[in-house]
Design a protein around this ligand. Sequence first.
Ligand code: NDP
Length: 246
Amino acid sequence: MTSLQDLSVVITGASSGIGDATARLLAKEGARVVLAARRADRLEALKADIEASGGTALVVETDVTDRAQCEALIQAAMDAYGRIDVLINNAGVMPLSLAESVRMEEWMQMVDVNINGVLYCTGAAIPHMISQEAGHIVNVSSVAGRRLFFGGSVYCATKHAITAFSEGLRMELGPRHGIRVTCIEPGAVSTELFQAIEDPAFKEAAPEFKATPIAPEDIAESIRYAVSAPSGATVAEVLVMPTDQV
Ligand code: NDP
C-alpha cells in the first residue's frame, strides 16, 4: 500500500461536494492538501477544519478556466511542499439543458471547466511529476463519460473527453515515467452540482430521475483506494453507482 502520510495533494473544486469530502479524508490520512476553487471563503473554512483536526492545508484561490491561474496553483503547491504527489482534477459544472435550447454560454462553460481546466492543471503538473519520476493524476469524470443521458449532450461530451484523456495519459505516463492515472466515474452523488440547471425546457421535459444519490464521502473513499494502491498498481478506472441507479 502507498501511505498517504505527507503526500502533497492538489484538489480542484475543493470548495464543495466531492472535492471537499476528498480533501477532508486524505488530510485525515496525513496528506498535505492544496485546496483550489473560486470560493476562497469556503476553502478557508475547510482549511480551518482540517487544521483543527491536526492536518495540513493550503488555500489557492483558482479559476480553472484560466491557464495562468492553474499554473500558479501548481507552482504554489511546489513552493509549499516541494513536490506534487497527486493531482485531483475534480472541478466541474453540469448545467444540463436541451440541445434545442442552444444555451451556448453554458456549453462553453462546461468545455472551459470540465475539459480545459483539466488540461491546464494536468499540463502544469506533468513536468514536475516527470522530474520526480512519480506522481498520480486522478480525473473525476462521470458515468456520463461512458454513456449518454437526456439533456446531457454537452456535459456527457466533456466527460467522454476526460475518460479518453485519462486512458491516453495512463498509457503514456505510466510506462514512460512511472506516473499513475486514475479515472473516477461517479453515478449520482448528493452535491450542489445539480443547482446549476436552469433551462426551463429541460426542466419541463426531463424524465423523472429515480436513483438515490450517494454521498460525496463515498466517492472520496474510491479516490483514497486508488491513491493508496501499491506504487506498481494503477487503479485505472472506477465506476461508482448508487445501487438503485439504472
Ligand atoms: P459541486 O457543485 O459540489 O462541486 C463542484 C466544484 O467545482 C466546486 O468546488 C466548484 O467551486 C468547482 N468549480 C466550478 N467551476 C470552477 C472553476 N471555474 N474554477 C475552479 N473550480 C470550479 O459538485 P460535485 O462535487 O458533484 O462535482 C465534482 C465533480 O464530480 C465534477 O467534475 C462533476 O462533474 C463530477 N461528478 C458529479 C456527480 C454528481 O452526481 N454530483 C456525478 C458524476 C460526476 P467554486 O464554485 O468555488 O469555484
